[in-house]
Design a protein around this ligand. Structure first.
Ligand SMILES: Cc1ncc(COP(=O)(O)O)c(C=O)c1O
Length: 459
């Protein structure tokens, strides 16, 4: 079906965007000579070209063309304190003159590990990595080593980084992904090893019976079940509490390790989603905010499992030139010490305000739409359905999120193209209200397009 109004609105906003960003265009052209597509991350690219950033300060980004953008993106949720956080910057400045990395332990590593293990109920021992991807890679390896089994179960739509096994059914075309009862494992990218995917089984999130069927049919070979307690990149899909409790019980009964990927949800409370929902996994992976804005990951769990990494036992090998480097640890410690209960309450309060006001905006505009999420991260969804799993989001009008994203960029608001908005401690209520005001103006402009693309969304 030709969507004339949508196409026209998209063209119009891209033109307006481009007219105001000549310097970004120039820099993008130059970047394309040296970087594929002019960028070094798929997720940050969009057409006609991304705006080049000059600097960040607090809750705002400043692009090279002189625009100020309220940042609801926060580098995909990793900047809990926004940009240029004073205590973090001071800690890094102090550390860099003392050395950025040593091939030897230092006390601050223990302090960061101790802070994390005190906060997260599932962490007794922890190891640092350089990214969330690496943390999950090692979580899987230790699950295999501990259980002596090889397969993994993940949710359809679950994102756990860019290792081959995890690049399975992350954002599959639902027409090709089988039925809910018989889900197919779809590679996310060309080049993902078909052999690696033979170890992967996929289940629908929040679906106790179908998850049970897959576990009961495969527990003899299954090492772990990995899950984001709130499905982030799939659209901030919150769990039914019974689902997480069910996963805890059934994995324990079948000697399968339960891995919570808390790379994003680690910010939900002082002890992440596991503390918030009261379900303790065997292994936890972390990343993003615990590095204070620098590259980081961590994985950990029960002492009995993690001790396999004790070098004296010579059972497992885990190295990495920059694991727990001094700069990351200094930044992470400063950021996490500042992310105390008061800070958690602040961002979660801003998040609640965002979600409540979004529902009011829908009401005022006569829209039957959803806002999903919890704590300080939310997603605007162009659907009238309850959202319980990946397929519910995949059936929403995702192209409308892209249009909203472009419109918001031209109005001084930066979120993620998929509709995600994340709060930082650098924001005050007035910043969030400014953002909401721009979302309302953009959605009002979009009404004729919404009527064309998703008439069911108009009350
Ligand atoms: C839930 C989740 N796990 C893992 C990762 C991978 O982390 P990284 O990008 O640091 O490799 C991400 C990144 O967005 C994520 O959202």
């Amino acid at each position: 079906m030709m969507k004339k109004r949508f196409t026209a609105a998209m063209e119009k906003v891209k033109l307006a965007y481009a007219q105001e960003r000549p310097l970004s265009e120039k820099l993008h052209k130059e970047a394309r000579r040296f970087l594929p597509g002019g960028d070094t991350r798929t997720a940050t690219f969009f057409l006609p070209y991304p705006n080049f950033i000059e600097r960040g300060s607090g809750a705002y980004l400043y692009d090279v063309d002189g625009h100020r953008l309220l940042d609801f993106q926060n580098n995909y949720t990793s900047l809990i304190h926004g940009h240029g956080h004073r205590q973090t910057a001071e800690a890094v400045q102090k550390q860099i003159s003392l050395g950025s990395a040593y091939a030897a332990p230092f006390e601050a590593q223990t302090r960061l590990a101790s802070l994390l293990t005190e906060r997260f109920p599932g962490l007794e021992l922890v190891r640092f990595t350089n990214s969330g991807t690496e943390a999950n890679m090692h979580a899987l390896r230790i699950a295999r080593a501990y259980t002596g089994k090889a397969k993994i179960i993940k949710t359809e739509g679950g994102y756990h980084g860019t290792t081959d096994v995890f690049e399975a059914s992350v954002d599959p075309n639902i027409k090709k992904a089988g039925t809910l009862d018989q889900m197919k494992v779809i590679p996310e990218s060309r080049g993902v090893s078909a052999n690696a995917l033979k170890d992967v089984l996929v289940v629908p999130f929040n679906d106790i019976e179908r998850t049970r069927a897959v576990i009961e049919g495969n527990y003899r070979e299954t090492a772990c079940l990995i899950i984001e307690p709130i499905m982030g990149s799939a659209g901030q899909i919150t769990p039914m509490k019974e689902y997480l409790a069910f996963l805890r019980d059934i994995t324990r009964n079948y000697h399968i390790l339960l891995i919570f990927d808390e790379v994003v949800t680690g910010r939900l409370s002082l002890g992440g989603a596991q503390k918030f929902y009261g379900v303790t996994p065997d292994i936890t992976t972390l990343g993003k905010i615990i590095g204070g804005g620098t590259p980081v990951g961590a994985f950990g769990g029960k002492r009995e499992i993690m001790e396999l990494y004790d070098p004296k036992q010579k059972k497992m090998y885990h190295s990495g030139t920059f694991n727990g480097n001094a700069l990351t640890v200094a930044a992470g410690l400063a950021a996490m010490e500042c992310y105390d209960q008061e800070a958690v309450d602040h961002v979660n309060r801003l998040g609640r305000l965002f979600a409540e006001e979004m529902r009011e905006i829908y009401h005022r505009l006569g829209l039957n739409m959803k806002v999903s999420g919890e704590g300080s991260i939310y997603n605007i969804l162009f659907t009238d359905r309850e959202v319980r799993n990946y397929r519910d989001v995949a059936a929403s009008h995702e192209e409308l999120n892209k249009l909203l994203y472009m419109l918001l960029l031209t109005k001084g608001v930066f979120n993620a193209e998929r509709g995600m908005f994340c709060m930082s401690t650098a924001m005050e209520e007035r910043d969030v209200r400014f953002g909401l005001q721009q979302v309302e103006i953009a959605l009002a402009e979009m009404l004729p397009v919404i009527e064309e693309v998703g008439p069911e969304l108009i009350i």
